[in-house]
Design a protein around this ligand. Structure first.
Ligand code: 3PG
Length: 392
């Protein structure tokens, strides 16, 4: 980005891919962290007189316009935060987008509608993605990739467009990659990873690749129940991926003592804030009840490990933190990270949102990443297409 600005961008049309995929409750944005993270690059470009065209997605619409996934609330919030007008095109690369780009003043910002309204955006067919990328390229003179949360996706506005326009890395992408490099390089030891979230199937690959490199993995969230089942415990009605039990067993056996599982859990008779709840030992989960959070003994045990860590990476809530009775596990682990002197990285949309929604001090963490899947894939050692294409 600095190189581009040094070259001079006044009057040039700059297409910026940002990750503005924020959580919404109806039309209300519940956490605007990703929009705030996009501001420095946008401000640098508008300040230098560029005509800024922002491309972004929201949710996973099925390649067709759907009001529920309109970027309208994002455009309004972006305008508030920038303190200037943000025009929202009515389409992605159609007549509205073309007309609005032509009208854009120097220093102005236009947001294209949700790029996933176009079937070519996420298509597996390179030609279909390419046709859309050509249409993006026709709207701009240069491309800036700044949506770190989406660089693990080989999609038209992330990857293909970068092969068609002079392409630059934005400040957010550079900063995020720099932090992750520290984790994959020589992290200060002990290196502790806290992993939560609902689906163990999403996390097994990263657990497998991290296990030889880390000193401990603290498991929480819905995914812990498949691990508890692999230990031979009954998990009642808790989330369980039965076809993953064998893989969990294998990982536990191959790395004895490295994967820590909850000693106690908060169980409920219903998935709701009004449910009856009990805190029980992990071995005593009742039939018909489901585990929705880790318990206080576990929080204490995980906190002790975190207190002695040199580096901590945390991805995924420890429980259903959006519902007050099941927020203490996530709060406790997050607080332990804040209190520890370790170099700490929070990876991911959900965990980053949890930090803010639970009112924890953001400056208590060394880095809060905007990318969930992207940071996990990087740590897993996978190539990130949206970064590789900039390096090519
Ligand atoms: C995210 O929320 O992790 C990013 O915005 C990517 O979204 P996706 O998983 O729908 O591609």
């Amino acid at each position: 980005l600095d190189d581009l600005i040094a070259e001079g961008v006044a009057g040039r049309r700059v297409l910026v891919r940002a990750d503005l995929n924020v959580p919404l409750d109806g039309d209300t944005i519940t956490d605007d962290g990703r929009i705030k993270a996009a501001l420095p690059t946008l401000r640098a470009l508008t300040g230098a007189g560029a005509k800024v065209v922002v491309a972004a997605h929201l949710g996973r619409p099925k390649g067709t316009p759907d009001r529920k996934y309109s970027l309208a609330p994002v455009a309004a919030r972006l305008a508030d935060l920038l303190g200037s007008t943000v025009v929202l095109a009515a389409d992605v690369v159609g007549e509205s987008a073309k007309t609005e780009v032509a009208k854009l003043p120097d220093g102005g910002v236009l947001l294209l509608e949700n790029v996933r309204f176009e079937p070519g955006e996420t298509s597996k067919d390179e030609a279909e993605r390419g046709a859309l990328a050509d249409a993006y390229a026709a709207l701009a003179d240069v491309f800036v990739s700044d949506g770190f949360g989406v660089v693990h996706r080989k999609q038209a506005s992330v990857y293909d467009v970068a092969t068609r326009l002079p392409a630059y890395a934005g400040g957010l992408v550079l900063a995020e990659v720099e932090v992750l490099k520290q984790l994959t390089g020589e992290p200060r030891r002990p290196y502790v990873v806290a992993l939560g979230g609902s689906k163990v199937s999403d996390k097994l690959a990263v657990i497998e690749s991290l296990l030889p490199k880390v000193d401990a993995i603290l498991v929480g969230g819905g995914m812990c129940f498949t691990f508890l089942a692999a230990e031979g415990l009954g998990v009642g009605d808790s989330l369980l991926e039965a076809d993953m039990i064998d893989t969990c067993k294998k990982l536990l056996a191959e790395h004895p003592g490295k994967v820590l599982l909850p000693a106690d859990v908060v169980i409920a008779d219903d998935f709701s804030a009004e449910a009856n709840t009990q805190t029980v030992l992990a071995a005593n989960i009742r039939e018909g009840w489901k585990g929705l959070d880790i318990g206080p003994i576990t929080v204490e045990r995980y906190s002790d490990v975190i207190a002695g860590a040199g580096t901590v990476f945390w991805n995924g809530p420890m429980g259903v933190f959006e519902l007050a009775p099941f927020a203490e596990g996530t709060r406790g682990v997050a607080k332990a990270i804040v209190d520890s002197p370790a170099y700490s990285v929070v990876g991911g949309g959900d965990s980053a949102a949890a930090v803010r929604l639970l009112g924890l001090p953001e400056d208590g963490f060394s880095h809060i990443s905007t990318g969930g899947g992207a940071s996990l894939e990087y740590l897993e050692g996978k190539e990130l297409p949206g970064v590789a294409v900039l390096e090519a």
